[in-house]
Write a protein that binds this ligand. Structure first.
Ligand SMILES: NC(=O)c1ccc[n+]([C@@H]2O[C@H](COP(=O)([O-])OP(=O)(O)OC[C@H]3O[C@@H](n4cnc5c(N)ncnc54)[C@H](OP(=O)(O)O)[C@@H]3O)[C@@H](O)[C@H]2O)c1
Length: 260
């Protein structure tokens, strides 16, 4: 069992997939947990497996929901949180102008605004204490534009850029900030994001397991890495995107939409 330097971790999107795995690995290591998501039943059954677990049922695409979590991070009467994992997120699939605008707004609110506000609350708490950890879950989709999921890729480009900037801003403060950038990972993501038809074409070798992604992310933030890209395949994909002319990368990423 891994040993982590955290006392109390707040994990958003802990009811499923990568967030649930992060919560399980932390819980098994004896870290106190604050679990956040909308599905109370899932959070409660996860909470029942470990000691010292709080549950916050919140819709992080709303300002009220984010406010509940900000209030917990800054609540000095409760166990101080020294790891914040901004993991909750979802995508949308299709041509941007054909996707419901309210859905896209919720996606931006969750993937960008909630993550920014909770990172702000965490940094404000942790910097004066000279210690703390922030793990923001981004995606390999952040390294290139994503025709067919334009808003999702753009939100993740924000997350990676923002998190790397924060990593540098907080260098030397004792607060470690990491962007976790997984590729295709077996979770409920494709179902929720309407990308099942794309996911079904992804070969077996390209899939990551949420347990491995969670483990690598926790290890990376413990070590103070700026960026964590699990799996050799996705390290290669990201390096290719970074080293290639933007026009070429753009054209390659547009191929699936051209075939429609
Ligand atoms: N799976 C992949 O292939 C993949 C690849 C790269 C990056 N990622 C990223 O990994 C992160 C986790 O996704 P996942 O793959 O684990 O997907 P998932 O299984 O669908 O889990 C998403 C989590 O986010 C929570 N969530 C969604 N909307 C929310 C809202 N409005 N308020 C609060 N919580 C909300 C969900 O809980 P409730 O529904 O209970 O609220 C759930 O716990 C996301 O940021 C995603 O973009 C995933």
């Amino acid at each position: 069992m891994a040993k982590y330097p955290f006392t109390c971790a707040l994990v958003t999107g802990a009811s499923s997939g990568i967030g649930q795995e992060i919560a399980v690995q932390l819980g098994m290591s004896g870290v106190s947990l604050v679990l956040v998501a909308r599905r109370a039943d899932r959070l409660e059954s996860l909470a029942a497996r470990f000691k010292n677990v709080e549950v916050i049922v919140a819709d992080l695409s709303t300002i009220d929901g984010v406010g509940l979590v900000e209030a917990r991070i800054t609540d000095s009467t409760k166990t101080p949180i020294d790891l914040v994992v901004n993991n909750a997120g979802f995508g949308s699939s299709g041509l941007m102008h054909e996707i419901d605008l309210d859905r896209l707004s919720r996606e931006i609110n969750l993937n960008v605004l909630a993550l920014t506000r909770l990172s702000h609350a965490a940094a404000k708490l942790m910097v004066p204490q000279g210690r703390g950890y922030i793990l923001n879950v981004s995606s390999v989709a952040s390294f290139q534009p994503g025709p067919g999921s334009a808003v999702y890729s753009a939100t993740k480009a924000y997350v990676t850029s923002f998190t790397e900037a924060l990593h540098e801003e907080l260098r030397g403060t004792g607060v470690r900030v990491t962007a976790l950038c997984p590729g295709f990972t077996r979770t409920e993501f494709s179902e929720v994001s309407g990308t099942n038809s794309i996911a079904s074409q992804v070969p077996n070798f390209a899939w990551l397991e949420a347990t491995d992604v969670a483990r690598e992310g926790l290890r990376a933030v413990t070590r103070g890495k700026a960026l964590c890209i699990p799996g050799a395949l996705y390290k290669g994909v990201s390096a290719f995107s970074g080293a290639s002319p933007r026009a070429l990368v753009r054209r390659i990423t547009a191929l699936p939409t051209r075939r429609r």
